[in-house]
Design a protein around this ligand. Structure first.
Ligand SMILES: Cc1ncc(COP(=O)(O)O)c(C=O)c1O
Length: 403
């Protein structure tokens, strides 16, 4: 019914994925050239998908376009909240509160704004590493120091919290805010209820603000169910939850996310600082509501396809590159692969694969904050045939390098 094998041409759409990689990955402009033409790259980098969004969302957008007027728009009726509420109840058995819901054009701008609001002079932000780069950027933007707590690695592809280290960092008297990522980007860990409870108890013990970034929560492997931190830290006033249909349905460019702020004074401050004064893009609102109302069947088909992609990549690595270490993650469409035993002497893995394999990917400490040396992140949200080409090129480049 849905075709995830189709290759969709994204050229000339000003996509970050196709047109913005030089700046993001290589901090370079159009002067930077590679042995591959831009259209020859296999792009396994930024976290958006090569799949068309759900046809149900496209139909809703077309219907909204037919209303012809795109004047100033906010979220005034409770239709959107009801759709989001039903999605959360059906999928995570959790009910978001209507009064807590704020809309932001993205989780990134919300992270920036929240750091400014929640951290005073000299106060610090805690991040578990490896980490999504914008956690650090948000701290830097607000001129706040970041504390890092490295996740434990077992060397076989599993990651866990180092509770002792995490608590020691939380206990820093200047630590004020934790960016908690659930499921975790880039490792794909979906924290268990026990892990969430233990971490939550530590953060609560030190009375910290907790921003739980749950943007990847719908993209779990089949059979896995997301546990919102809000359902574990019930009643904890200093919890903020970030969720969005943007990753789930490949509509990140429509810029529409849910920020749930429990504390009413902080919520008021967040809204007061909103430079869009509550305005939203009417097409974004339409797409987000349609996603929650009608996107379920498409999402189930997507999850089945992604599970197959992970199984395919795992099989490929096990047979063709046995020194590469990867566990199939519990969530996200991102594979976090340890290549340290394959490419011992290569410092800059994204540059190596761009130049030697024509594959765009992210990896290492420069893009994932720390505790990421030797690792690459592969985006698997694309037709399997494209993944196969990417992996074959990567394997060939690694083998050539070893000669
Ligand atoms: C953990 C995490 N948070 C936030 C974002 C981006 O959020 P937004 O597009 O809503 O700004 C991403 C995108 O990759 C992400 O992985």
């Amino acid at each position: 019914m849905y075709n995830f094998d189709e290759i969709i041409d994204r050229r000339n759409t000003n996509a970050l994925n196709t047109d913005g990689f030089r700046g993001y990955i290589f901090h370079a402009g159009p002067e930077k050239v590679f042995p591959y033409k831009d259209e020859e790259f296999v792009r396994m980098w930024v976290a958006d998908m090569e799949f068309g969004t759900a046809p149900e969302i496209l139909d809703a957008l077309r219907a909204r376009i037919d209303r012809r007027i795109f004047g100033y728009t906010g979220v005034y009726d409770d239709g959107y909240y009801q759709s989001f509420r039903k999605w959360c109840l059906d999928r995570y058995g959790w009910e978001p509160k209507q009064e807590e819901l704020c809309i932001s054009p993205g989780i990134i701008p919300a992270l920036y704004q929240l750091t400014e609001i929640l951290c005073g002079p000299g106060e610090k932000v805690l991040i578990s590493t490896p980490a999504y780069g914008y956690f650090l950027h948000a701290a830097e933007y607000a001129h706040k120091e970041a504390l890092f707590s490295p996740l434990r690695k077992d060397g076989k592809g599993a990651f866990s919290l180092d509770y002792e280290d995490f608590e020691a960092k939380c206990a820093d008297p200047k630590c004020k805010l934790v960016f908690w990522c659930n499921p975790h980007n880039p490792t794909g860990r979906m924290w268990t209820r026990d892990e969430l409870s233990r971490a939550g108890a530590i953060m609560a013990k030190y009375n910290l603000w907790v921003v739980s970034d749950e943007i990847h929560c719908d993209l779990s492997r089949q059979g896995k169910r997301h546990i919102p931190m809000a359902s574990v830290m019930e009643g904890y006033p200093k919890l903020i939850t970030c969720m969005s249909p943007s990753k789930t349905f490949n509509i990140a460019g429509l810029a529409f996310s849910n920020i749930l702020i429990r504390d009413s004074a902080t919520r008021a401050q967040f809204r007061n600082r909103d430079k869009l004064f509550g305005m939203v893009n009417p097409l974004s609102l339409t797409a987000a509501k349609a996603a929650y109302d009608q996107g379920g069947a498409w999402l189930e088909a997507l999850r089945a396809y992604l599970d197959e992609n992970f199984a395919f990549v795992k099989r490929f690595l096990d047979t063709e590159l046995p020194e590469a270490v990867m566990n199939i993650p519990e969530a996200t469409y991102l594979a976090w692969v340890d290549l340290s035993r394959c490419l011992l002497d290569v410092e800059d893995l994204p540059a190596f694969f761009a130049n030697e394999a024509g594959v765009l990917l992210e990896g290492g400490d420069a893009l994932f904050v720390g505790n990421a040396k030797g690792y690459i992140r592969l985006n698997l949200a694309m037709p399997r045939s494209v993944i196969r080409t990417g992996l074959e090129r990567m394997r060939d480049a690694i083998l050539r390098h070893r000669l």
